[in-house]
Design a protein around this ligand. Structure first.
Ligand code: GDP
Ligand code: ZN
Length: 458
């Protein structure tokens, strides 16, 4: 078990002028006391915050003005003593604080090590730990709520109740195997087993059905805005970004200059593809229009195809329609403030299987309708995220599929008249697989692998 004290910069979610250096472990308070000038932290009550200065113990130089939070074991995230040092200022000063802490006895935490300690100390289960990863990555409020819900243990409780059902069934079988003298016991047992197994099988199926939406909420819907030059693609991008406060992020694990732009439309996170392409090609007169469109289409889950109301339908428009066949498309006829030149009957005919919206972006008209069309497409009516347990984690989805498979095997085994102990193996397997989701039957190497995915400081 870890007994040293770890430290890292724990970057808060969202932007902010305040950075936090977090320490966890038995020496946290001792180490903080060495460098903190202010209240005696060793005498501070748990969960209190104190203003003071960080002083270098040798040079006596003031490093930072800080607020220090003291949280004592066991009522903390890791169940260890935690000290959080809040400092304003940017990257440089927060790094100086971290350095000072490390010089005075803490060890730099590995990625995910705080959460790993919380898990190992029984504070959270594995699916909750993974929810922390999702939380860090959550791009929109909705995805954030989903991650929080999972952290609440909602998914865990559901999985536990499924496991409980399977366990009861297995216990039932054990009892009956111990008393084989009754006739038709085997038959009765198989009947109970079949019913219960079917129930759990169905519940897993339902969980998996939420998985697609869950994934979308977590990663964002890859959205391509395409159309001929000058139809209003950039204007559309700006309208969506203004209305919905675009979030620009670095993609984790790639080079610094790759950015992704997210907008949150009625709770649907759109990950806008190649916005640089839309924003930067203005001067080059977008010669590459259709070429570029083909490229971004490869990545897209959703296409916003823009047409010009004030211009005739062209062959290029026709080509774009061909390129998006079979995809989720919203057709936008923009510039309705201009005299109509486009043949709307033709547009309607061509857009039969898609949503069709008319806009005048310059007059800010039609944007509401467009947003509604986007929401409708992905939530098919009035899906209320608050009431659903989403499964959005790839590992969970995989395990649920495997558990479902094992239960399916059990059910067909029963139907084919297999001996009960054979069926039992499949049910036990499903029980074990479900256990992996909440970390009950999980191997050490898997734990290490999972926690290494964390950002530093979590
Ligand atoms: P893009 O080339 O497809 O990205 O088109 P832009 O968004 O750059 O727009 C091209 C021109 O059309 C700009 O001068 C816009 O101001 C103008 N524009 C955009 N939307 C409208 C609209 O709804 N009505 C009118 N009249 N002009 C628009
Ligand atoms: Zn443009």
């Amino acid at each position: 078990m870890d007994t040293d004290t770890i430290a890292a910069i724990s970057t808060p979610i969202g932007e902010g002028a305040i950075s936090i250096v977090r320490m966890s472990g038995p020496d946290s308070i001792e180490i903080a006391s060495k460098v903190f000038k202010g209240k005696n932290l060793k005498e501070a009550a748990s969960h209190t915050i104190h203003y003071g200065k960080l002083i270098h113990p040798e040079t006596k130089e003031t490093v930072e003005e800080v607020m220090v939070t003291v949280m004592k074991s066991p009522k903390t995230f890791t169940r260890e003593d935690i000290v959080e040092i809040n400092c304003h200022g940017g990257f440089v000063s927060v790094n100086r604080v971290l350095e000072l802490i490390l010089e005075n006895g803490a060890r730099l935490a590995e990625p995910g090590e705080f959460t790993k300690r919380a898990f190992l100390n029984g504070r959270i289960d594995l699916s909750q730990a993974e929810a922390v990863i999702d939380l860090i990555r959550a791009k929109t409020d909705r995805a954030m709520n989903m991650a929080l819900k999972q952290m609440d243990g909602r998914l865990s409780r559901l999985i536990q109740s499924l496991r409980q059902k399977l366990l009861e069934t297995l216990a039932h079988v054990e009892v009956n195997i111990d008393y084989p003298e009754y006739d038709d016991v085997e038959e009765m047992t198989l009947e109970v087993m079949k019913t219960k197994t079917n129930q759990v099988h169905e519940e897993i199926e339902q969980l998996l059905q939420t998985a697609r939406q869950g994934k979308i909420l977590r990663e964002g819907i890859g959205t391509a805005i395409i159309g001929r030059p000058n139809v209003g693609k950039s204007s559309l991008l700006n309208a969506l970004a203004h209305e919905n406060k675009a979030i620009v992020t670095d993609i984790p694990g790639t080079t610094r200059d790759v950015i992704e732009e997210y907008v949150n439309v009625r709770g649907v996170p759109l990950r806008l593809i190649d916005t640089a392409g839309i924003r930067e090609t203005e001067d080059i007169v977008e010669k590459i229009g259709v070429e570029r469109s083909r490229k971004v289409l490869k990545e897209a889950d959703l296409v916003l195809l823009v047409l010009n109301y004030g211009d005739e339908w062209t062959e290029e428009d026709e080509n774009l329609f061909k390129a998006v066949e079979g995809m989720d498309v919203i057709v936008i006829v923009n510039k309705t403030d201009l005299p109509r030149k486009i043949n709307m009957d033709q547009v309607k005919e061509r857009s039969k299987q898609y949503s069709l919206v008319t806009t005048s972006l310059i007059q800010e008209k039609g944007i509401d309708e467009l947003e509604q069309a986007i929401a409708d497409l992905f939530f098919e009516g009035d899906l209320d995220a608050g009431d659903l347990t989403y499964v959005s984690n790839v590992r969970h989805i995989q395990l649920l599929k495997e558990a479902k498979q094992s239960l399916g095997d059990a059910i067909s085994g029963i139907e084919a008249g297999m001996p009960i102990d054979v069926v039992q193996i499949d049910v036990t397997r499903a029980w074990e697989i479900l256990g992996e989701i909440v970390g009950d039957t999980v191997s050490d190497s898997l734990i290490d692998q999972l926690f290494s995915q964390f950002c530093l400081g979590k």
